[in-house]
Structure formats: C-alpha cells, structure tokens
Design a protein around this ligand. Sequence first.
Ligand code: PLP
Length: 478
Amino acid sequence: MESAEFKEFGTAMLNYITEYLDNIRDRRVLPTVQPGYIQDLIPAEAPEEGEDWKDVMKDIERVIMPGVTHWHSPNFHAFYPTANSYPAIVADMLSGAIACIGFTWMSSPACTELEVVTLDWLGKAIDLPPEFLSGPTNGKGGGVIQGTASEATLVALLSARSRFAKKHLSNARSFDEDNFIGKLVSYTSEQSHSSVERAGMLAGVKMRMIPTDEDLRMRGADLKAAIQKDKAAGLIPFFVVATLGSTNSCAFDALDEIGDVCVEEEVWLHVDAAYAGAAFVCEEYRYLMVGMDKADSFNFNPHKWMLVNFDCSAMWIKNANEVVDAFNVDPFYLKHDMQGKAPDYRHWQIPLGRRFRSLKLWFVMRIYGLKKIKEHIRLQIKLAHDFEQMLRKDNRFEIVTPVIMGLVCFRLKDKSNDDNEKLLKRINERGTIHIVPAKLKGVYIIRFAICSRFTNLEDVEIGWKEIQDATTELYPSA
Ligand code: PLP
C-alpha cells in the first residue's frame, strides 16, 4: 500500500472510529457469539493475493463487531475502566508510524527522553514524593512505562530479590547459596490482585496473604506479626505489596502503617494503585496515599482511568539503580557512547523491545490538561455516588463497602450467595448492562463500576432500572 491509498484507508477508518464511538450506546454491550464463531466467517488460509482494503473494512461489521464486548459503552460497568480518548488514539497512530524500538537511549533518544519528562509531569501531578522523580534526583529516581501493573509488580519483586541477594550472598547473581530463594518471603493483602500472587509464583518465592481488617485493609500490626514470625523461623522477609484501591472492592491498605513496618524491617515496599492512582490528580483523594514516602516503588495505570489507551502502566522507582542491577545484561551490540548519561529503559523492564508509549501520555496531558483530567475523575466518582443514593432508597439492597472512588459494591439484603449470583446472571442475560461479581470474605457481592467516559446520569439510571427490574422478575415478593 502506498501513501495515497493509505490516506484514503486512514480517512475511512477515522470516520468509522468516530461513528463507532458516537453511536456505541446503541450496541449490545455483551456479544452473544459462541467460541469458534470467527472460524465460520473467514477462510482457514491467508489469501495468496492481496485484497482491497475496502473489502477488509466491510468485514469489520460482519466479522469483528459481533464478537466485541463494548468496553466503552456507557452501559459497561464491569471490572474497572479501561481508558479511551481521541488524543491517545492519534498518538498511537504516530507511534505506529515512527515504529521505533526504544530499548536504549541511542536506539531512539526522543522515545526515552519524552518518557522521562512525562513521567516526571505525571508524578508531580499526583504529588508523588520528589525522590520518585528523575529531575529532582538527577536520575537516581524516576519513572518508566510498563505494559501492565502485573509487570510492574514483577519488576519490583525481582528488583527487591536482587537487592537482598546483594546483601546476603557472596555472588548476588547466582541465588543458589544456602537455599536463599527458599528462605525469601513476600507479603500482600488477601484482597490484592491475583497478579501479585502470580509475581511470587513466577519468581519462586513465598507470598503470604495477610488477612485484612473489617474494612478489608491490610494493617501494619498484622504485617509486622507475620514478618516477625517468619524471621524467628529463619526466613528472609524481603518484599511487601500494598494495594491502594483493591480490585474486589476498592479498599485501601493502611499505607502509612505498612510503610513504617517496611522501613523498620528493611523490606522493599511496592504500592499497587492500578485503578485508584489516577484519582490522586485530585487533591481531595491524596489523604489515601499518605505514607508513599516510605515506599520503594509505586505504580498506577493511566490506561485504566486517565484517558490514555492501553497499554500505559506508569511505574516509579526511588532508586533506579536497584532495578538496573537486577535486569542489566550488557551485550556488545547494545552498548553506545551515551551509556550512563540517560536511562536505557531495557534495564527497567522484562522485554528488550518497547514502543513509543509516552506519546499518548504526552498528548493526553497536553490536550486535556490536568484540569479536564480532574473533571473526568470527579464526574465518575460523583456518578458512583448518584448510583449509591439510588440503591439506598430501595430496601431490597445493601451497600457492602464504603463508596470511595467510581465503584459501588452491593448485594440483595438477607439473600444467599446463590440468590445474588442468580440476580447477576439475570442482569447480564438481559443484555443492556454488563456487571461482574466479587467475593469478600466468602460473601458474594455485585460490583457496579463507572467505566466509560461517555457514561452520564441517564446511563446510571438505566443501569439502576435494569437491576431493579431483574430483581423484581426474580423475586417478585421481595
Ligand atoms: N492491580 C489492581 C489493584 C488491579 O485492579 C488490576 C486490574 O484491574 C491489576 C493490578 C492488574 O492490572 P494489569 O492488567 O495492568 O496488569
């Protein structure tokens, strides 16, 4: 394809995208297709001769859309949001055109430099302690864009493991002295995301799940007791993950208390705020991040709630050398003259290759400005509170956790887990909205998250009516 045809194709696609998003409200939020459906719609072999792009365009509605879950429908209230905005989409187009692989500074200087600066912008926007930023620390601290929060947790864990290997072993790279790996213990809340447990599993270290208090928060005293018990047994506590905004119910661990324990015990503290971290752009939510100065690393996903399309998971590290030490392998073909003068991000992540992802963060922060980003967050939290008020007026339901961000957790009062599960199934089958459940200490609850940037009060009312109607259908006498 040459440029003239690309312009035609690109224009057609831009028109399609705007039509799609402008009218997304009219589509059924959940598809009804069965596994394997695409195999019946397209040939089993790739075409030998190239096809006309117009024929490919035609197949978007025929082949693709029937199987799309419309995450940006205002009626999508499942999981947590995934972001979508026009500035980010355009930035991804440019990233696709430049198509560089920014593994070292030299491999495409703008790719590294913009990432350093935009992560300092973003860190300042959420009032991160300056030790996490590159500018104020001359590069000792700094940010990096990972693909996902799961990768950020694994990178933090592997860095902590390497820091402890340096302290305890004569050869910090071999790990095989004195059953070192077998003695390492990490800790997180029983409410943390499954990716935390998985990071422990991938690294081959124990991950203790600390029970939470009645507000589903991990507390400092419980963490301290677990660490002391392990130390008394000859084990090596080395890593803690605190969650700000848990996936189940948006609970916030007691970061300040946990931070004190980690400082006293000299344990690496990583903070996972994958969803809720975006809210720290708003001053009134920063009380939830008190204690961040005691953390070693912090992560949140602008690709969840900050209008930057997937993938953009922002991670900051106080002492970047500790990550570089863990990840640095320095083959001759990757060496360059500027080494040491700017970050080589290949040492801050698991893969070698990396896309120009900071472009979309830059576009979003410039084109929306912090003011509009704050408005977006505040509106979504207000809509969650509107929904909370609707629920409170219907005594068939109870709200099970405090509504702090854009998530409301509720259930049918005085009904069993099975009854609540039946209700959730019925709501999703009706096809107007999509929601998912969670289990909190064995209790089945229903989550209603404000996800799409298009969701307004009318959509929340539609969602509420769906829930009420499905409840009346299932339990007419309730
Ligand atoms: N941590 C928390 C608290 C989450 O809510 C999620 C996903 O919702 C994750 C981690 C995983 O995020 P990712 O898909 O970016 O790995």
